[in-house]
Design a protein around this ligand. Sequence first.
Ligand code: NDP
Length: 481
Amino acid sequence: MIYLKNLIGGELIEPSKKQYFDNFEPATGNVYSQIPDSDADDIQLAYQAAEKAFPEWSNTSLDFRFETMMKLVRLIEQNHKKLSEAESMDNGKPIKLAAKVDIPRAAQNFKFFANAITQFASESHNMPGEETINYTVRQPIGVVGCISPWNLPLYLFTWKIAPALAAGNTVIAKPSEVTPYTAYLLSELAIEAGFPKGVLNIVHGLGQKVGDAITRHPGIKAISFTGGTSTGKIISSIAAPMFKKLSLELGGKNPNIIFADANLDNAVRTSVLSSFANQGQICLCGSRIFIERSIYEDFKTSFIAKVNKLKVADPKDPESSLGAVVSKDHFEKVLSYIQLAKEEGGKILSGGNAVQLDGRCENGWFIEPTVIEGLEYNCRVQQEEIFGPVVTLTPFDTEEEALMMANSTEYGLAATIWTENINKAHRVAAKLQSGIVWINCWLVRDLRTPFGGVKNSGVGREGGFEALKFFTESKNICIKY
Ligand code: NDP
């Protein structure tokens, strides 16, 4: 049995109360490690370490920060196999996905922000005729909190930690209790990379204890959170009255709009991915597919044919297209939405059931990729985030109708448009209520671009200089000469 430890003050240590809870492997349903059940005392310890480390870290040269982060990049790359296996085991995702996407992206996040900080500049404003000049400095905030979800564990964890550290802050980070393993392995690598003690602290445990303690701690001045909208509301209700800086990346229910003039092959091929990659557990997945009526049947036939070829299998199987969903609770939640879809009048075109595998995975949490049609755009299944391998197909007649349905949810994270008409593409993109729009592609990411949602999908933007701005405070200095 593996006992995970907290990284506090540069040491791997037990939680203060020496309590642990079970960590499950989704593909087998077995407990394979023990997670520290940390609490506010551990966060206080981490805070003391981070506060002590801040003056020195915030004044290190950019070169030193760059070199330390790049050492961590190389260590992640050297441990690619171990980290990919760990991510797949902890999350249930196919090993080939962890190896191709999650772990390379974790290294890329550190590499990107190690470089970005060397290019980060601030403005000066000359006042003509006033003999006055203003210059703005961007100073690190101090001790910051990073709280991340389970769907892309190391990928999203590092997406927050990297800009926070690059900007000169010291960090207290909490991975999801559901998928803590690669964050633990990152602790070991961070020690090896030579981060000064206390610069990066990783505290494991329950959101309602450890996440809550981070949110409430008066000394932690900024919180970068990715997770569900309801958790985001709780965090902001506590942190906003304390005037903390908040970046909230929340849920999504993203539309994928296929116009009749789309390149159908590309639209179908990519829509299979945008529906079911990572078992549909990506905040950017296009879970509502709207198809122009004249091509509805054609799209449906080719889409279903491709979906039926997807293989739900042991994540260790290199041929697996879908692994297990992340937890028993989540498995039951997704299945309950499939049941609800039937009650709401939906017709299951493909999937719709749990999958019973043989052998080591016989008790795992597997669900067939599920395609449903015949639902009203405003029913619960089409409005609420399911966050699993479930998509709906809905026909539309006009551009206005497609936009109305696409914009009808409380969310506004990402949207996809498929059309060969450039005017239509721009027109629709401008009217979509979402922070990110992909035209004739999906999940193509340039890390310099702003990333985040509107409406209940969040507040603030991550990515590129947006993240470095979030993790710094601007100060304007005005000089009369
Ligand atoms: P949760 O909101 O349940 O949890 C996210 C993180 O917050 C976890 O580390 C969790 O800890 C912690 N947490 C839970 N309760 C509290 C609390 N009261 N105070 C502080 N922290 C708390 O989300 P999930 O992990 O279930 O992730 C899925 C959600 O994340 C989906 O809604 C998805 O759309 C969203 N998401 C958004 C993205 C975006 O960029 N907009 C990207 C990826 C996912 P613990 O796990 O221990 O409970």
